[in-house]
Design a protein around this ligand. Sequence first.
Ligand code: UDP
Ligand code: MN
Length: 460
Amino acid sequence: GENGEAVQLKENKMSPEEKATFKKGWDDNAFNQMASDMISLHRTLPDVRDRDCLKLEYDVNNLPDTSIIIIFHNEAWSALLRTVHSVLDRSHPKLVKEIILVDDFSNKDHLKEPLDAYMSQLKKVRILRGKKRQGLIRARLMGASVARGQVLTFLDSHCECAKGWLEPLLHRISLNWTNVVTPIIDVISDSTLSYLHTSAKSTSVGGFDWNLQFNWHPIQKRDIESRKSDADPLRSPTMAGGLFSINKKYFEHLGSYDPGMDIWGAENLEMSFKVWMCGGTLEIIVCSHVGHIFRSRSPYEWRRGVNVLVKNTVRLAEVWMDEYKQLYYDRINNNLGDYGDVSDRKALRQKLGCHSFQWYLDNIYPEMFIPKNSVCTGEGSSNSPLPMCIDSSTETSTLNKPVGLWPCHQQGGNQLWFLDKNGRIRRDDHCLFNSRGTVMVAECNEQYAHQLWVYNKVGW
Ligand code: UDP
Ligand code: MN
């Protein structure tokens, strides 16, 4: 794993005990813990910065310092410690006021006394422990409430900061306290732990769809054209959420996070909409790189009996999205559930005098597909031989496979499609296309290749 390289484990050469450890590591963490455990806690990484970035110099005496807030729930020892050491090993000590570890009520033994003992040797590290499971939003708030740095920098508990990651983030905030910034989030493979880096040109910016799920997009044409150097910051309509820096006073000024949000999700869009709508900017600082282990499932327990993600997302929509909230409610069949009281959050928006969501769409995210601008909306049905509807999700696992045909249910969901002005049949960023006679779903493309549909008056 040294220099960010892959650890290749051969399961067929393992003893039965090793196999069991290997499997348990995956089950507990949703990444290859065995591989992570074999890598040095101080492993090196290649210098992944673009050439234009290497020309920039920063005077650390003129940069604000930061509290690094790392929250965790049942994180693997090696992943958590490598996160901490990567901060200490690759940041200028003047800039790191402290590292605050917030334990969100983990129940693994290694995160109790052994962690206390280990961290007691590292002067800058403090550990806070919640008395009950709070979820990532309130855990971050707990860290922020005791932070003493001028800037708050949030990291997940399975990250590795690359060389030179911190200065560009703090520099950008020093220019304007309303600049909220993220690094390029590089991928650390969940299976081999290899560090895969993205250049400034090929990095992605954040967006979302009307299910209010975050997604990544290529840099928009207008932004490519306006950039003078590969080192320029990149405006991003939304952020992924786990890794960002913000002036502590600005975080508080904006009303921090919504403490009514539980466990995981929607807080990133809340922060993103709020920053843009209330006068700030959200940027990816492409000279700053931090790796993150992306995984394909959530390994820990959520709440039983409540759909936490829907609750958080309804709170987001109610407060920030004006009439556009209905687009999300259509997706969940108007089952809002009990989302609690949002009057405080509405009052906050009022007090801050923020722009409308329409303003955000027009000015910050004009590329967003807005269903009301489509030619028509509804199901794609055929009456022969039986009434059937085109029924397909747009999740990654269903892309580039034949769409489903199911009896029409008139409940929207995976049977809801939009014919856009350009003749594409779509849901959000995904379009139906003709793959040699078979209808499939893929990302919409600007060339409209195989994605043009014509509705004739006979009803085809
Ligand atoms: N986390 C937490 N409490 C929770 C859920 C998550 O403290 O109830 C922490 C988790 O350990 C991680 C961060 O929140 O450091 C983000 O969670 P995760 O990595 O699962 O989200 P993802 O990166 O997959 O979106
Ligand atoms: Mn994570």
